[in-house]
Ligand binder design. Structure first.
Ligand code: FNR
Length: 365
């Protein structure tokens, strides 16, 4: 790892370390993987307009999300089953984000439990990602445990009534290896995912257990059972962002689930401006999807994101070196973000404004 200079180096190395079935599960997108490509390509269509001679000797890339200070505008998206990447899994990631003083989002379908993660990283800023099960008591139990373990927000994933068409997982008959379990559950809910009859075991799990009848009332229900702020993850249109605000969400995360749900959606950075414009300052807007460079974070901030998240790069860090790997990935991104600020004449997040980026079409006449 000592010689790694960018996220791509971590990814290349992780590709060699991981078992092929796990590698495919982590890396894949849905369908033909068009959106997977676009998530990254779209960042490259945006050009930076750096300002000069603006004294950047005192820089602070920290910001505030849901009233909490974070040391940088990049946090960790929820990715399931991290113990497949490293035996310490989510506990290692939580410790890495604790050291980095930024947000860690734990997946419902994690291989370390809410309580294990809280114990491993008591000072980390932890949010809990929620999948809503047919049995509402299962979800209620998760919420109570997250509250008790001092998680600071619920991240309701709204793009997953079923799992996307992940072809490699179907071919591989992807299941969770037998030595691991879905740690937030007991018995059937914990073990069901370790076996499959036909295609992807994970897809079967979701079809059997996740509530595909969810509608906007679910936000009202959540607000009636908890005081934790609610982040809606998986919004891709201004219409839905506005409905989210109407029903009482505290923040919107613009996300296409790392291109793993429906292939053909735009890149998240493409839809960010329409959503920011629609909701204005009513709620915070975040973005994830395809972020691998400090300049990607810079571009998302310029287009109005309050905070940016990433998923796969942390898995690559974990696969390369557990907690140390995840920490190294976070610190590499911190350096890149700080450099982007310095080289564009920005000393803090408030100076990263809309006029600092333009779509490439602006320059083509
Ligand atoms: C995810 N994602 C995800 N999202 C969620 O709400 N709950 C989950 O359990 C998971 N699990 C998951 C597993 C893996 C392997 C990946 C790659 C992604 C989506 C995730 O939170 C995030 O939206 C994307 O990972 C962001 O895209 P990048 O940064 O991976 O390009």
């Amino acid at each position: 790892m000592a010689r790694f200079v960018c996220i791509q180096d971590f990814e290349n190395s992780a590709m060699n370390n991981l078992a092929p079935v796990v590698r495919d599960y982590y890396k894949s997108g849905a369908g033909e993987e068009n959106t997977l490509r676009w998530n990254k390509e779209a960042f490259k269509q945006i050009r930076i307009r750096p300002r000069v001679l603006r004294d950047v000797s005192k820089r602070d890339i920290g910001t505030k999300v849901l009233k909490q200070n974070v040391s940088m505008p990049l946090g960790v998206s929820p990715t399931a089953m991290q113990r497949m990447a490293h035996p310490d899994g989510e506990c290692a990631t939580a410790r890495a984000t604790q050291a980095a003083k930024t947000v860690f989002i734990l997946s419902t379908i994690s291989t370390s439990s809410i309580e294990e993660v809280a114990k491993a990283a008591p000072e980390a800023i932890k949010w809990f990602q929620l999948y809503v099960y047919f049995d509402r008591n299962v979800t209620l139990n998760l919420i109570r445990r997250a509250e008790k373990a001092d998680f600071k927000a619920l991240v309701l994933t709204v793009d997953t009534p079923m799992f996307g068409d992940r072809r490699r997982d179907i071919k591989n008959k992807f299941t969770l290896p037998n030595h691991l379990r879905l740690a937030n559950f007991e018995g059937f809910l914990s073990r069901k995912i370790n076996s499959t009859t036909k295609g992807s075991g994970l897809s079967e799990y979701v079809t059997n257990l996740f509530d595909d009848s969810l509608n906007w009332q679910v936000i009202k229900w959540l607000k009636s059972v908890t005081n934790l702020p609610i982040v809606l993850k998986g919004v891709l249109t201004s219409e839905d962002a506005l409905l989210g605000v109407k029903y009482g969400a505290d923040a919107i995360m613009v996300s296409n689930h790392g291109a793993r749900q429906i292939d053909g959606t735009p890149a998240t950075i493409e839809v960010l401006p329409e959503i920011v414009q629609a909701v204005g300052k009513k709620v915070e807007v975040y973005l994830d999807g395809g972020v691998t460079q400090g300049t990607d974070v810079f571009k998302a901030l310029a287009l109005g994101a309050k905070m940016v998240f990433f998923g796969r790069p942390i898995l690559w860090g974990l696969a390369c070196g557990g907690e140390k790997g995840a920490r190294t990935v976070l610190e590499l991104m911190r350096r890149e973000i700080d450099l982007a600020f310095a080289l564009t004449g920005c000393s803090n997040v408030n100076q990263v404004t809309k006029d600092m980026v333009k779509h490439k079409s602006y320059y083509s006449h």
